[in-house]
Design a protein. Structure first.
Length: 89
């Protein structure tokens, strides 16, 4: 598992879908004619993203990032004598 935080310090502007997705009858794929769903604009600060949305008349809502709950654990804890689950193999 990789728990890195690279490229997570940016603010992203994503457009809401303007039309619902349609199911293609032959293959069952979902598709949409809405090209704005493919656009993601990235900004270095929250203020830049808000200024861009206001400048272009785009309605927006800000979702604040949550701090991940991290558990600090050492590899040596796997072999500790007082381990909760006993070592079985």
């Amino acid at each position: 598992m990789q728990s890195g935080t690279a490229k997570t310090k940016q603010w992203v502007l994503e457009f809401e879908p303007e039309e619902p997705r349609a199911i293609e009858p032959l293959m069952g794929w979902t598709s949409s004619g809405d090209m704005k769903q493919q656009v993601k604009l990235r900004f270095t600060t929250r203020e830049e993203a808000i200024a861009y949305a206001e400048r272009h008349g785009i309605a927006y809502q800000v979702a604040e990032p949550k701090e991940p709950a991290r558990r600090v654990i050492a590899y040596a804890d796997n072999f500790a004598y007082n381990r909760r689950i006993p070592w079985t193999h």
